[in-house]
Design a protein around this ligand. Sequence first.
Ligand SMILES: NC(=O)c1ccc[n+]([C@@H]2O[C@H](COP(=O)([O-])OP(=O)(O)OC[C@H]3O[C@@H](n4cnc5c(N)ncnc54)[C@H](O)[C@@H]3O)[C@@H](O)[C@H]2O)c1
Length: 328
Amino acid sequence: MRIVVTGAAGFIGKMVVQALDAADTVTLDGVERRVSAILAVDVAADPLADLAAQCRRVHPLHGALGDAAVLTRIASDAPDLVIHLAAVVSGQAEADWDLGMDVNLQGTLALIEACRRMARPPVFLFSSSVAVFSCADNDTITEDTLPAPRSSYGTQKLMGELLVRDATRRGFIRGRSLRFPTISIRPGAPNRAASSFASGILREPLAGLPATLPVGRDLRLHLASPEKALEYTLRACALEQAELGATTTLTLPGITVTVGEMIDTLAQIAGADVAARITPIPDPAIETIVASWPGEILCPRARALGFVPNTGIAALIEEHRRRSERAV
Ligand SMILES: NC(=O)c1ccc[n+]([C@@H]2O[C@H](COP(=O)([O-])OP(=O)(O)OC[C@H]3O[C@@H](n4cnc5c(N)ncnc54)[C@H](O)[C@@H]3O)[C@@H](O)[C@H]2O)c1
């Protein structure tokens, strides 16, 4: 089968492409299929070229989703599976409304339009976010809580989910929208997501670097590890469309942990001197955003469909350490 991955050079995209390239077969819509080719799409030219050089079945397509030539190429590729990960993240979408609308909303719409031109509707995985939710004060909510985003990013993701739902109902695609938890520990440099500290307060101290903590220790986070994000993505491909019915959006389970528990677990695993590299420097702008994030999300439907969260924060730290050792 042929696969298109957008945002292929990004953090999750790269993991997904490498895993698909390494796998001989992938379960799609309940049927085991052989992977023949992966079209990897991204605006970031150099990381895309690096990725393609490492992977034997990957064909790079450099360009933006709004570009007609890129969309024509995607449509003519006639993929069986489209994994749509391209986006601008929360902080950037908040800082630049036009860019967020262009990539997160118009890009998704344009990609669905390209799928509509295909002879057979592909399975279409849309990466949404728990940022579609908000609450009064870091509360516990459920997957059935009415989404009420308090950011442009969350709003754009929610509109994307609705487009996926309607395009599925119309038979243009076989859509699945995944509301990912915050992914931690994200490797590499801090990014422009408001949640960047959720990785930074663990990643930087483990690398011998100082980190700042912009929020209070009592804040609760809903987290999943990078390997869990990959596992969730592959599980969502494997689902049969009938298992979703009309409700094409799934809120994915995460672990619930306070920032204080994250720091204490870091100290237990790596030492008090490592945890001491974190300096609290409150940032009122970030504190306001994160207080509206749910501290815990109950996800019985996703769990029943086989989406199982990490065991705890220690597992996220250990996974990151293993990955860092492999990279040396
Ligand atoms: N990482 C998380 O914690 C998290 C949480 C919830 C949801 N998500 C969602 O998962 C997806 C992947 O996240 P990520 O962390 O890998 O993000 P990322 O920023 O690392 O990757 C996004 C990629 O999209 C590319 N891109 C941006 N605009 C583009 C365009 N117009 N055309 C083509 N490519 C474009 C970027 O160059 C980048 O490589 C995103 O949709 C994100 O919103 C991520």
